[in-house]
Design a protein around this ligand. Structure first.
Ligand SMILES: Nc1nc2c(ncn2[C@@H]2O[C@H](COP(=O)(O)OP(=O)(O)O)[C@@H](O)[C@H]2O)c(=O)[nH]1
Ligand SMILES: [Mg+2]
Length: 352
């Protein structure tokens, strides 16, 4: 699962990325674990030689563009299409060097991106409709081509009204046809207000942030305010000094775990665990089955699936381990169709 950082030059994307990755990531790609209290509890039980959290792949590798020539925004947008979620970073900090941001106005900047996403999706749809129309003229189309055409026309109408496709319902059978388009306005998105050090801990009093917050609420976009340089500096401090630094700045807790968590929630995923020598957390779309979980672990395990044993992680922790959960009759035997619950531990019996 890929998360792309998008924003104007000098909005603080790379600073945020460094804060997230600890500055060790090469080429703007870093695997960032999802904070997971259950995994820590499972790890306390004896036995796991290695613990692997579930992670999302964060990317700060979109080509930059020149805000004085908005048409150059097409390049970052076409790369952003390949991601699963967007984090839109808005400059809300003031500093003397702000060539593209004078005056500082994150609400204006967010509106710029929202408009660009709509225009860009419209362009993709228009190109595709044109190609489908040509196909119809040669009478070589299938029923599915017709259905796609009708669907794209409906989507076009929504976008033309300036709305996103986030709430647009797509019939399941047409979903595979849309995948390649990577519609930007259908992607889960989180807005980041990169505020200055002076505003930290006092966001509620900032009129600028209140306006941004109102726009985000109207568009049902989650908003996280943070100060990227502060988060980066915090991360580089020894753990013992972090609490003091937070207190000094009037900040209750670091913002990054909240940001990572918010992105994860927008992706509508769930976590499941496997416990062997390695304790590992995996991601699965909500509604995924035991067979889907098996396929996530390994295609061979899915192919040879016989049955699975499942138990909620909390019960495993309460019992004191997987074997103990068995003894306490907490482990359930299920088939391929079983719908996984968030936090299930699974053991798949398979035969290849
Ligand atoms: N004061 C302040 N400066 C910041 C903050 N975030 C980024 N900057 C500065 O803004 C400049 C551009 O940041 P950068 O992360 O490279 O932006 P990018 O172009 O979006 O990747 C750098 O000089 C950063 O140190 C912030 O939260 N507060
Ligand atoms: Mg950068």
């Amino acid at each position: 699962m890929k998360v792309a950082l998008i924003g104007f030059p000098l909005s603080g994307r790379t600073t945020l990325f460094e804060a997230l990755s600890g500055g060790h990531a090469r080429e703007g790609v870093a695997s960032i674990p999802i904070p997971d209290a259950r995994l820590e509890q499972l790890a306390q039980l004896a036995g796991a030689k290695k613990v692997t959290p579930a992670a999302l792949e964060w990317r700060d590798d979109l080509p930059d563009f020149n805000p004085e020539k908005p048409e150059t925004a097409r390049q970052p947008l076409s790369v952003a299409r390949q991601s699963d979620a967007l984090v839109c970073v808005l400059r809300a900090f003031d500093s003397p060097y702000a060539p593209y941001h004078a005056p500082i106005d994150p609400t204006r900047d967010l509106n710029f991106w929202l408009d660009e996403f709509v225009l860009s999706d419209l362009q993709v749809i228009e190109n595709r409709l044109e190609r489908l129309t040509k196909l119809f003229q040669s009478h070589k189309e299938s029923a599915a081509d017709r259905a796609e055409h009708a669907l794209l026309e409906r989507m076009h109408r929504v976008l033309s009204a300036g709305e996103s496709l986030r709430e647009f319902e797509v019939p399941r059978e047409l979903e595979p046809r849309l995948r390649g388009f990577g519609f930007l306005t259908r992607k889960p998105m989180v807005v980041v207000a990169n505020v200055g050090e002076r505003v930290l801990g006092d966001e509620a009093r900032s009129e600028m942030l209140q306006r941004l917050s109102a726009l985000c609420a109207a568009r049902a976009l989650p908003l996280v305010s943070l100060c990227a340089t502060f988060e980066r500096d915090l991360r580089h401090l020894p753990e013992a000094e972090q609490a003091e630094f937070l207190q000094m700045m009037g900040v209750a807790e670091p913002a990054l775990p909240r940001l990572v968590r918010t992105v994860y929630e927008q992706l509508r995923l769930q976590v499941f665990y496997t416990m062997s020598d390695e304790l590992r957390a995996w991601l699965l779309p909500q509604g995924g089955t035991a067979l889907d979980a098996a396929a996530t672990i390994h295609s061979d395990i899915a192919r040879g699936f016989i049955r699975a044993e499942v138990c909620p992680a909390d019960e495993v922790v309460a019992a004191g381990g997987w074997k103990a959960a068995h003894k306490a009759n907490k482990v359930q035997v299920v088939g391929k169709e079983y719908v996984m619950r968030d936090g299930d531990v699974i053991y798949v019996r398979f035969n290849v």
